[in-house]
Design a protein. Sequence first.
Length: 270
Amino acid sequence: MPAIEVDDLAQIGERLGHAVRDAGALALSMFGKALKTWTKGPAQSPVCEADMAADDLLRQRLTAIDPAIAWLSEESADDPARLAARRIWIVDPIDGTRAYIAGFPDWAVSAALIEDGRPIAACLFAPATTEFFAARARAGATRNGMPIAATTGTTLEDATIAGPRNVLQRLSAIAPPFTATPRVRSLALRLARVAQGVCDIAIAGGNSHDWDLAAADLLVHEAGGALTSIAGCTLTYNRAVPRHGVLAAAGRSRHATLIELLGRERLALC
């Protein structure tokens, strides 16, 4: 299967964007209403009717683009056949379901096309705040159609950092003084704030999954940043276990400073 050409990727990105916008509009139409909810898995993660409705819409629309592209979604049964696929859609129909159910605005629809383990097209839509993020490989990242960029600089001092409270507490013991920002409940949206340049650094606690990360990963990289493990390793998607440990996102120079600090401190966030 040959690589996707630039023009073809642009067309795929446009169709992806339409699908993500429509899924977001569907979820927004159900937002704040009485919905059936339940939990799943050992972690008792919440699910609601809107998750499933958005998932169904995205699967129908995205698999129609090319039936040969595999599928991985938080709300769909995992098909091991995906592991043999060069390309795969990785989707979270509502990232931040707890926020969605509670009536908070920081939730998003997230979808990315992966080729050879890395995202090449991505869209992230936060309908409650009317923010639409998009990126394609080697084509930059945008928010509501305008280019975005991660913050520059190398220092960690006075940086703004978003992440789980327990992780930030451990970081404060080894890093220069920084400002902890209010936590964004959607991990994908938290990482997008780095791509947008409104937050210098974002940390993901352990146990994040491909669907939480893939779209935001491309946004961050195309905005001049880096999202890696705290050992500095680039993420690979569509593995047998699509789960990741503690991660860090920032503009490239500041990210390098953070990874160096964590290395000296023997990866103190673990």
